[in-house]
Design a protein around this ligand. Structure first.
Ligand SMILES: [Zn+2]
Length: 235
């Protein structure tokens, strides 16, 4: 069952402790209200994410962001129902549950930014909220990009939707985040990842993140660094 366990670092008395729980699949599935999204499929999705994106957590979305705990603003996770990872209160807010989608939230692996010139300088000077800029000898400066991947109400008939978090498009050099063909954006921070007819219902959130969203982020950062043809190549 190890791969149905999730973990999240939280602050307690000034120290970081790892909080670990077993994903409540029934509560997660209940949030989707999709007739075609069943426990077998959901469990497969969770196991695949545990293998490839082990730090990502299953949560409830509010638009493009994780829905905040109504009590403390913390991250909500599926631990014995939908529960705040910080204050541990169970969330029964009907308004929240009604508007939320089932979603994944986490950071992509480090992306080297030393080749991104001015964009790198802007990112190092001030990382947007939830984004992490760091430096390692073998990688140089890198950026950790947070994304939210949500399951639409009619999943798996419709594709997993992936969104940037607020702030990245405010970095000097980045394009506006409005809908655009040149940056493959749908508006509202969501990526355009599939041409009409490309989505297959067997595709998983892990595949969408690894095979499409990651490439979108690389292209967007290159676009922000001045390469206006970064999305021109067919991926
Ligand atoms: Zn809370």
């Amino acid at each position: 069952m190890a791969d149905l366990m999730q973990t999240y670092p939280r602050k307690r008395d000034g120290r970081i402790e790892r909080r670990t729980w077993r994903v409540d699949l029934d509560a997660a599935l209940a949030l989707t209200r999709s007739k075609r999204f069943d426990l077998v499929r959901l469990e497969a999705e969770v196991r695949e994410m545990a293998e490839h994106f082990p730090r990502w957590v299953l949560t409830a979305s509010a638009g493009r962001e994780p829905a905040p705990c109504p009590s403390c603003g913390g991250l909500l996770v599926f631990d014995r129902g939908l529960r705040c990872v910080e204050c541990e209160r169970a969330t029964r807010s009907r308004a929240l549950l009604k508007s939320a989608n089932l979603a994944w939230f986490g950071l992509l692996p480090p992306i080297g930014i030393d080749g991104l010139r001015k964009l790198k300088r802007a990112l190092v000077a001030k990382a947007p909220p939830k984004h992490v800029v760091g430096q390692r000898p073998e990688l140089g400066h890198y950026l950790l990009v947070p994304l939210l991947a949500r399951y639409p109400r009619d999943f798996p008939a419709s594709a997993v939707q992936v969104a940037y978090q607020p702030g990245l498009f405010g970095v000097r050099g980045m394009p506006p985040e409005s809908a655009s063909h040149s940056t493959h954006m749908l508006g509202g921070g969501f990526m355009c990842l599939f041409a009409s007819g490309q989505w297959r219902r067997v595709m998983t959130a892990r595949e969408v993140l690894q095979q499409r969203a990651y490439a979108h982020v690389i292209k967007l950062l290159n676009y922000g660094a001045g390469n206006r043809r970064s999305f021109a190549k067919v991926s």
